[in-house]
Design a protein around this ligand. Structure first.
Ligand code: LLP
Length: 421
């Protein structure tokens, strides 16, 4: 459930007509709903009620400072994967003890910053990384809390580019080697093992792969305890999928996911950490764009929008589907027609949808891409020197621009001309 609904024929974000925002901000822009963000965060929190747990929002999904502050004030922890994301979490007021640091390529500088500012744990992904963190922590005279991310070799049954739990993926250490790697970690004085980490992929629409992975983690917990390690925490990653269409998709709900976690891991006495990103932000955001031209081609009609692949890359990168709806509610029974919906960028990959059935649209009409809140604005670029797409946050009947559209001068002046020119 989200808070982007038609009211009196006009698409609204909570109580604000989207067209009103467009009139003030211009298009394209991203628009997020505070109520939806908070609702989704709380669904996870409630799903794990009764178990010691922390929900660490994977901010890579949507990391505008206003979104992070909203979630931080609701009590969210954060999952970060870079020094920049760590700095954002701290700036949003998240205490270090609620920040987990993931990622295969953490640098010494990133490790130092997190150890100095406070960190719940590093999720380590290789033995070389383990050695480096040990060196950094020892040099600082501190002990770094760590888990090791294990790769359980399960098929997440999702898009190949976002599956991470198969042995051919670059992530984690093979679960078969885990006991040896934990023994190695235990010998390093700068590290303190606190638990196990696993994350098998994103946009999972079936609980079964999670269940398989978590079962392997439960077995490993017992084995590592037998080996004398203290395993108090299990970081189960993110990955729960969202419905991208309004019709037929019904991925498992956070409550069902939570029930499965209890079943598989509830008897281990571990604190549970989860790192959801997409499910919190995905359906809490839309991208609003305007039709520039309706162009009749040979045998097909093109809707050319002012939004493009640089603003929302998911269709070009993952063949992802986003529902696209008119901002003015079409009359019931209006005849739909097929359009190829494209952006103005100079490559054919700049196509959002082919032969998509839509009510008739003309230049100047506004459309909204649904389910665009996660991996939308954060993956935007300025390709074709198109200004970085702005972001707006709605709260009940108010809205605020939370990232302004840069001017051409701002974009040009970010570059510098060497003295020899
Ligand atoms: N934890 C780790 C270690 C991750 O790598 C990810 C996502 C998450 C948590 C959050 O997963 P989520 O709950 O959002 O599924 N750009 C792609 C998605 C990439 C996901 C990367 N890792 C897309 O647009 O579909």
């Amino acid at each position: 459930m989200d808070h982007f609904l038609y009211k009196d024929g006009a698409l609204c974000a909570e109580n604000v007509p989207v067209a009103e925002i467009a009139a003030q901000v211009g298009t394209p822009f991203y628009c997020y709903s505070t109520a939806t963000l908070l609702r989704h965060f709380r669904l996870f929190d409630e799903a794990l009620a009764g178990i010691d747990h922390v929900v660490c929002y994977a901010m890579k999904a949507a990391s505008n400072q206003a979104i992070l502050t909203t979630l931080a004030q609701a009590g969210a922890g954060m999952d970060v994967v870079s020094g920049g994301e760590y700095a954002r979490a701290i700036a949003a007021g998240v205490p270090g003890e609620k920040i987990v640091f993931s990622g295969v390529g953490k640098t010494r500088e990133e490790m130092r910053a997190a150890l100095a500012g406070g960190i719940r744990q590093f999720n380590l992904e290789s033995e070389p990384e383990m050695e480096v963190l040990n060196e950094v922590a020892t040099a600082m005279g501190v002990v770094a809390p760590v888990t090791v991310r294990v790769n359980p070799d399960v098929d997440a049954k999702t898009h190949a580019k976002i599956a991470t739990g198969k042995s051919e993926n670059k992530f984690g250490i093979p679960i078969a080697r885990a006991r040896a790697v934990y023994a190695h970690a235990a010998r390093l004085p700068g590290l303190k093992v606190v638990g196990i980490d696993v994350h098998i992929g994103s946009q999972l629409t079936d609980l079964e792969p999670f269940r398989q992975a978590y079962r392997k983690v439960a077995d490993l917990t017992r084995a590592l305890r037998t080996d004398g390690h203290v395993i108090d925490r299990l970081d189960l990653g993110g990955g729960l999928g969202i419905p991208y269409t309004r019709s037929n998709e019904a991925p498992p709900l956070p409550a069902e996911y939570g029930a499965m976690i209890r079943e598989e891991l509830g008897d281990l006495g571990c604190e549970i950490e989860i790192e959801p990103g997409r499910l919190i932000a995905g359906n809490a955001g839309i991208m609003v764009s305007k039709v520039i031209y309706m162009k009749s081609g040979e045998g097909r009609d093109f809707l050319i929008l002012d939004g493009a692949m640089n603003d929302l890359v998911r269709p070009a990168m993952y063949e992802a589907h986003h529902d696209i709806i008119p901002v003015i509610e079409p009359d019931a029974g209006v005849e739909q027609r097929p359009y190829d919906i494209v952006g103005p960028v100079c490559e054919s990959g700049d196509t959002f949808a082919k032969q998509r059935m839509m009510p008739p649209l003309v230049a100047g009409d506004l459309v909204a891409f649904r389910s665009a809140g996660a991996y939308g604005a954060v993956m935007a670029s300025e390709y074709n020197t198109r200004p970085l797409v702005p972001e707006v946050l709605v709260h009940e009947d108010q809205f605020a621009v939370i990232r302004a559209r840069p001017t051409f001068d701002e974009m040009i002046n970010r570059d510098t001309i060497p003295a020899w020119l």
